[in-house]
Design a protein around this ligand. Structure first.
Ligand code: EPU
Length: 334
């Protein structure tokens, strides 16, 4: 167990906002969780690539999940079950699966963050959501004081959401994720830009698909190590058919995706339509190639980013009557 120390986590969050924590623990082995006093408030940190710290001094215990390792739990001709520790880097793990010829995660290449964070917001990109490949999630149950496993069906996965953001928030600490991956490659190119990318190819490999995803990502999304950001800042809003019908007459070119008996709109389109793509206030901007991404020049703070996002929410609501919800985790008193 590392002794808790005062610590700056500026370099440990995607926005690189200044933030000092009073008690910082590195969790290099899951068993260390047995020694933590969970009566005190705490925050679990992976790679900080989806978290906005809005206060410069945090009193909570920060638990930085650093345990790494991958174990094959079981396999047959068709599938493999892998247990991956929470502290593994997500993009490195995806790359590793491709070298092993384990398939299913190609479309989720290059998403920044840790493996332990991936089920929390059910990360997704280019037609795949991680829930499609998760068999179970293991971790420490605070109310029960022991390690338990949560089967896929109990994880309550939906678009950018899960039980870990809901009922189990603050009650369960993910220590590893068990994935069920395929041994045969069955590409998902349902996302239009991927279909376009491969339209003249007669055959392609999982590596080719991963490469296509990487190129598409890089053409639209900034690298958080160079331009500080946390990916999509807002979720794409879900609206009813009635609401959609009211909007579509005025905005016939608006992208719309079926979502059960509702419709998913593109938050990037809504923000751009308010004239707010590549828009800057102080140290904070929307990215000039993808309005859904908020970027920080490194000179501001979390509060400024939060206020900026409030402004975006207000403007979109004024124009479209649609309220955007943050996808990024906000830590601190708003
Ligand atoms: N669009 C605009 N203006 C913009 C951005 C997008 O008009 O500034 C339009 C695009 O032209 C397109 C549509 O909106 O017609 C969708 O855009 P895109 O394909 O770029 O995807 P997105 O819906 O904006 C979502 C995810 C991304 C993921 C991509 C690709 C959410 C919140 N975001 O973005 O995930 O990479 O789809 O699958 O669902 C993330 O979660 O951090 C993230 C980057």
């Amino acid at each position: 167990m590392s002794w808790p120390t005062a610590h700056s986590i500026k370099a440990l969050n995607g926005f690189q906002v200044p933030c000092n924590v009073e008690r910082y623990y590195t969790i290099a082995k899951a068993n260390q969780l047995l020694d933590i006093d969970f009566e005190e408030s705490f925050f679990v940190l992976g790679q900080g690539t989806n978290t906005l710290f809005i206060e410069e001094n945090i009193k909570s215990n920060i638990l930085h999940m650093l345990e790494t390792g991958i174990n094959i739990l079981d396999e047959n001709d068709k599938e493999v079950y892998l247990e991956v520790k929470a502290g593994n880097s997500w993009p490195e793990f995806v790359e590793w699966t491709l070298y092993q010829n384990f398939y299913g995660l190609e479309n989720l290449s290059l998403i920044p963050g840790s493996v332990g964070a991936c089920p929390v917001q059910n990360i997704g990109a280019y037609g795949v959501e991680v829930m499609d490949l998760i068999h179970e999630v293991k971790g420490f149950s605070i109310p029960q004081g022991r390690f338990i496993s949560i089967a896929h069906d109990a994880c309550e996965f939906t678009y950018r959401n899960s039980i870990f953001k809901g009922k189990l928030k603050g009650k369960f600490i993910i220590t590893s994720v068990v994935f069920r991956l395929n041994k045969t490659f069955s590409p998902n190119i349902s996302y239009q830009p991927l279909r376009d990318y491969f339209k003249d190819s007669s055959g392609f490999t999982a590596q080719d698909l991963a490469q296509a995803v990487i190129e598409i990502r890089q053409s639209k999304l900034p690298n958080h190590k160079e331009i500080y950001n946390c990916g999509s800042f807002f979720q794409n809003p879900i609206v009813s058919k009635d609401k959609l019908n009211q909007m579509i007459d005025r905005y016939p070119e608006m992208p719309v995706y079926a979502f059960g008996d509702q419709y998913k709109l593109s938050a990037g389109y809504l923000i751009e339509s308010c004239g707010l793509k590549g828009f800057t206030l102080g140290n904070v901007s929307t990215y000039h190639k993808q309005a859904l991404v908020i970027t920080h020049n490194g000179l501001g703070n979390g509060r400024e980013i939060y206020e900026f996002s409030e402004y975006i929410i207000r403007e979109v609501e004024k124009k479209f009557g649609v309220k955007l919800h943050r996808e990024v985790n906000v830590v601190g008193n708003v």
